[in-house]
Design a protein around this ligand. Structure first.
Ligand SMILES: Cc1cc2nc3c(=O)[nH]c(=O)nc-3n(C[C@H](O)[C@H](O)[C@H](O)COP(=O)(O)OP(=O)(O)OC[C@H]3O[C@@H](n4cnc5c(N)ncnc54)[C@H](O)[C@@H]3O)c2cc1C
Length: 391
C-alpha cells in the first residue's frame, strides 16, 4: 500500500480513506459474527497483513507500512468504527508485540519474525498479566531460571489477547527474588511449543480476539530469545504500554464515532409524538454534547500521538492522561447512546450494544483508570505541577 504524498511523507488523509474503505468492504459484514460466535477472524487478519494494516508500525524494511503513532492511531480508529475486536487485534499485534520486537529484537528476530507478524503469517501475544498480578505487574510470579546454558521458564499468564492463536509470546518473567520487584524482570520471546498450554477465557466484550490463560511449563530458550535482560524487561513492558495507551485511545474514539453515528441516524428516522426524534431540541442537545466530548477525546489522542512522534520527553504521563480521559469518556458516550436508542439500543440488533460491552475493557486493559492516576501522580510528586507550553 503506497500512502506517500508527492513529498514522500505519509498522506494521512489517503490512509484514513483507504482504511475506511477496507473497513466498509471487509470488516463491517464480519463484526457481528466475530462477536456472536467469538470467532477469531484468521482470514481477515491475513488480508489486513497484505494491506499493511495488521501491524502498521512495523518498519517498511521488515514488511510493514512503517507508520508513526499518528498513522497507527488513524488505522486503529478507522478499524474500530467497524469492529472493536479487529482494531484490538491490530493494536496488540502492532503496538505491543511488533513495537517491542522492532525496538529491542535481535537482527534474527527482526529479519525472520517481524515480516511474519506484518503479513499475518504469524500471530503474536504480549504476556505480562498473571492471576496474582495485573495492576501490580512488578510483583509477577513467572520465573526464568538458568540451567545448562539455557533459560527455563515456568508460570501462568492470564487475559492474554490472541493467546489462543499466538505463534509467538513475549513473556515477562523474573530471574531472581520476588522482593526485587521490577529489578530482575526480563523479557523472552517464546515460540508456541508443547510446553505452552492455552485455554480460552469467556469475555463480555472484544470477543473473537482469542483471550486466553497461558500456562508455561518448563519452556527452554537460549540467549537469542532474550529480548531484554534482567532489570530491562519491565522497562520495555512499560514502554510498549505507554504507546499502547494512546493507540487504545484511538481505538476508543473509533468506537465512539460508530456509536454516535448510529444514534444520529436512528434518531433521524425514529418518529415519536408526530415527528422524528432528532427534531426535539433535547435530543439535539444530547447529540451536540456527545460530539463535543468525542472531539475533545480525539484531539487529546492525536495530540499525544504527535508528541510521541516528535520525541516529547514526558510522553508517558501524556499517555496516561490521555487514556484516563478518553476511555471513561467513550464509555460514557456508549452508555448514553444505548439509552438514546431506547429498546433498540438494548438489543443485539444495534451496534451500540456491542460497543457498550467492548468499551468497558478500555478502562481496564493496558492499565486501569487507577493505574493511570498512579502514573500521573508519581510524575507530579517528582516534578511538581508542570503545564504544557502551548505556543
Ligand atoms: C479482555 C482482556 C484482554 C487483556 N489482554 C491482555 C494482554 O494481551 N496482555 C496482558 O498482559 N494483559 C492483558 N489483560 C490484562 C489487563 O491488563 C489487566 O486485567 C489489568 O491490568 C488489571 O489487572 P487485574 O485484572 O489483575 O486487576 P487488579 O490489579 O486486581 O485490580 C482490581 C481493581 O483494583 C484497582 N486497583 C489496583 N491497584 C490499585 C491501587 N494501588 N489503588 C487504587 N486502585 C487499585 C484496579 O484499578 C481495579 O479497579 C487483558 C484483560 C482483559 C480483561
Amino acid at each position: 500500500m503506497d500512502l506517500s504524498d508527492s513529498s514522500g511523507s505519509i498522506d494521512y488523509n489517503l490512509l484514513r480513506k483507504t482504511v475506511r474503505e477496507f473497513g466498509e468492504k471487509h470488516v463491517a459484514s464480519l463484526a457481528r459474527e466475530i462477536d456472536y460466535s467469538n470467532r477469531y477472524p484468521r482470514e481477515l487478519v491475513r488480508h489486513m497483513g497484505s494491506m499493511g494494516i495488521l501491524a502498521p508500525n512495523i518498519p517498511e524494511e521488515y514488511g510493514g507500512a512503517g507508520l508513526d503513532l499518528r498513522g497507527t492511531c488513524i488505522v486503529l480508529e478507522e478499524l474500530a468504527r467497524f469492529s472493536g475486536s479487529v482494531s484490538l487485534i491490530s493494536e496488540v499485534q502492532g503496538t505491543l508485540v511488533s513495537h517491542i520486537l522492532a525496538m529491542y529484537g535481535s537482527k534474527h528476530v527482526k529479519e525472520d519474525i517481524l515480516p511474519k507478524l506484518a503479513s499475518g503469517e504469524a500471530i503474536g501475544s504480549y504476556a505480562l498479566s498473571e492471576p496474582c498480578c495485573g495492576s501490580d505487574a512488578a510483583n509477577l510470579e513467572t520465573r526464568a531460571e538458568r540451567s545448562k546454558g539455557e533459560w527455563v521458564l515456568k508460570g501462568t499468564k492470564t487475559w492474554i489477547t490472541q493467546g489462543m492463536y499466538a505463534d509467538y509470546f513475549i513473556v515477562f518473567a523474573r530471574t531472581g527474588d520476588r522482593s526485587e520487584r521490577h529489578r530482575n524482570i526480563a523479557a523472552f520471546l517464546l515460540k508456541r511449543d508443547k510446553c505452552i498450554t492455552t485455554s480460552p477465557i469467556e469475555v463480555m466484550g472484544f470477543r473473537g480476539t482469542g483471550t486466553a490463560e497461558v500456562v508455561i511449563d518448563d519452556c527452554r530458550v537460549g540467549d537469542d530469545e532474550v529480548i531484554a535482560g534482567p532489570g530491562e524487561g519491565f522497562k520495555i513492558a512499560m514502554n510498549a504500554l505507554n504507546v499502547g495507551r494512546v493507540a487504545i485511545s484511538a481505538l476508543a474514539t473509533g468506537l465512539g464515532i460508530a456509536a454516535v453515528e448510529e444514534a444520529y441516524n436512528y434518531l433521524s428516522n425514529r418518529v415519536a409524538f408526530g415527528k422524528p426524534l432528532i427534531e426535539f431540541q433535547y435530543i439535539q442537545f444530547q447529540i451536540s454534547d456527545l460530539v463535543t466530548l468525542l472531539e475533545s477525546a480525539r484531539a487529546m489522542t492525536y495530540r499525544a500521538a504527535e508528541l510521541y512522534d516528535s520525541g516529547y520527553g514526558d510522553f508517558p504521563v501524556i499517555a496516561a492522561e490521555t487514556k484516563l480521559y478518553v476511555a471513561p469518556t467513550v464509555a460514557r458516550i456508549a452508555g448514553e447512546v444505548v439509552r438514546l436508542l431506547g429498546g433498540f439500543g438494548f438489543s443485539k440488533e444495534s451496534n451500540a450494544e456491542r460497543i457498550y460491552r467492548d468499551v468497558k475493557l478500555l478502562e481496564i486493559g493496558e492499565g486501569t483508570n487507577e493505574v493511570q492516576r498512579i502514573v500521573i501522580f508519581k510524575h507530579i510528586s517528582k516534578h511538581g505541577l508542570k503545564w504544557m507550553d502551548y505556543p
